[in-house]
Structures are given as structure tokens and as C-alpha cells.
Design a protein around this ligand. Structure first.
Ligand SMILES: [Fe+2]
Ligand SMILES: [Fe+2]
Length: 225
């Protein structure tokens, strides 16, 4: 269980110090979920300055009543990062959320199923956005491969993935277990192959030709999305 820090009842003055103290007290690899009443972008920028390379930032919910972010203290305090680790960790994180969704759906707990699906949907769409808007353009620029290269195939698969997300969401909102299970299976089949290609080819290649400063810049931009 992740601990929760709900700062909505605190005065704005108390919020940032409270959040920083909670982060500082975390053990390596531990995390907490921050709940706020607005998009905590200024806080993220402050984390990027104060705790460079020390944290992960995974938004779970974006309003209209609550904004939730999972903030993780990384195991290592390495400022030098890799595209492969960062993006692969996100694949695994998303896999676990989808498992929670599957358990809730098969148990008929639709409120929990929808909550888990919404977290997954937000996370996977942000992940794809980081690839399409930040990582792939870098890859295409460095390799000169655009229209027939790996990013072209990945972008086409993303289109299928987004269609499956739409189908699962509609089926979950309609509490149609069979349709949700079918669309989830199709998504899982596509993701298994897609993620493997990224983890074995695209991310390691990106690490091989991006400088450490470019990797750091990619992660900063991905966090802000
Ligand atoms: Fe992808
Ligand atoms: Fe990916």
C-alpha cells in the first residue's frame, strides 16, 4: 500500500514544505500518493530542481475534484538516467494497474474497475505522448529514419492501442464484462509485442546515441506532460 498525503485541507503555505518532508522521509524505492485540488505543475518544477534524478512522477488522476500523483523515491540517487530504465519501469507500472483493473472487472467490482482503468488510461496515454512528441522525434532526427523506420511502426501501433483504450473504457462504463475482457485481451496482445520491441530495440538505441544531458531533458519533458 502506498501512503497518501492529502494536502487539500492544508493552507497553501504549508503544502510544499509538508510534501518535501514526506518525500525526504521515504526509504529508497518507496512512494506516496499526493492528493491536491489543482494540477501540481509548480511543485513538479520545484522537484526537478531540488531532487534532480531522485524521483519519479506518475500522475494518476487529473481533476476535476482531485489531482493525484504517485511520487517515488528512486533506489539510486543517480543523476545520470537511461531512457530504457525510465520507460521500461513505466511499462511495468502500467501492467500492474491493468492487473488491478482485470481483478476488479472479473470480480464485478465496477467502481474499482473504472478507477483502475482511468489510472491506466491516463498513464498509457501520457507514456505514448512522451514517445510520439519527445522521444521519437529525437530518434528520427539522430537516425534519419522516419517514414520506414521503427518509429513509423510504433506510431501505427499506438493508433490501435488508443482504439482499444476507447473500447475498454466504453465497455467498463457500460459494465459489460465480456466486451471489456475481449478488448483488454486485444490490447494485451498488442502491448506484449509493442513493448518488447521498444525495450529491446528502440529504447537501447536511443540510449546509445543520446547524450546524458539529452536523456535527462527527455525525462524532464515527459514528466511535465
Ligand atoms: Fe509505444
Ligand atoms: Fe512504450
Amino acid at each position: 500500500m502506498q501512503s497518501i498525503l492529502d494536502v487539500r485541507s492544508l493552507s497553501p503555505k504549508e503544502r510544499h514544505p509538508g510534501i518535501f518532508n514526506t518525500f525526504k522521509e521515504l526509504g529508497p524505492g518507496d512512494s506516496f500518493v499526493l492528493i491536491n485540488d489543482h494540477e501540481p505543475k509548480p511543485l513538479l518544477y520545484q522537484f526537478q530542481i531540488e531532487f534532480d534524478g531522485e524521483f519519479e512522477w506518475w500522475p494518476l488522476e487529473r481533476g476535476p475534484e482531485a489531482w493525484r500523483v504517485s511520487i517515488v523515491k528512486r533506489e539510486t540517487k543517480a543523476v545520470e538516467r537511461e531512457v530504457t530504465d525510465y520507460m521500461q519501469d513505466d511499462h511495468h507500472r502500467l501492467d500492474r494497474i491493468l492487473e488491478t483493473f482485470q481483478e476488479a472487472r472479473s470480480g464485478g467490482n465496477w467502481a474499482n474497475a473504472l478507477a483502475a482503468f482511468n489510472e491506466f488510461d491516463l498513464g498509457l496515454r501520457r507514456h505514448i505522448q512522451a514517445e510520439e512528441e519527445v522521444l521519437f522525434p529525437l530518434f528520427e532526427e539522430k537516425t534519419g529514419m522516419k517514414d520506414a523506420g521503427p518509429t513509423f511502426v510504433m506510431r501505427m501501433e499506438h493508433t490501435d492501442i488508443r482504439d482499444f483504450l476507447d473500447k475498454i473504457k466504453a465497455a467498463t462504463e457500460a459494465e459489460d464484462s465480456e466486451a471489456a475482457a475481449g478488448a483488454t485481451q486485444m490490447l494485451l496482445n498488442t502491448l506484449a509485442d509493442h513493448n518488447m520491441k521498444e525495450e529491446q530495440i528502440l529504447y537501447p538505441e536511443s540510449d546509445s546515441f543520446l547524450s546524458k544531458a539529452e536523456v535527462k531533458d527527455f525525462i524532464r519533458k515527459a514528466q511535465v506532460l
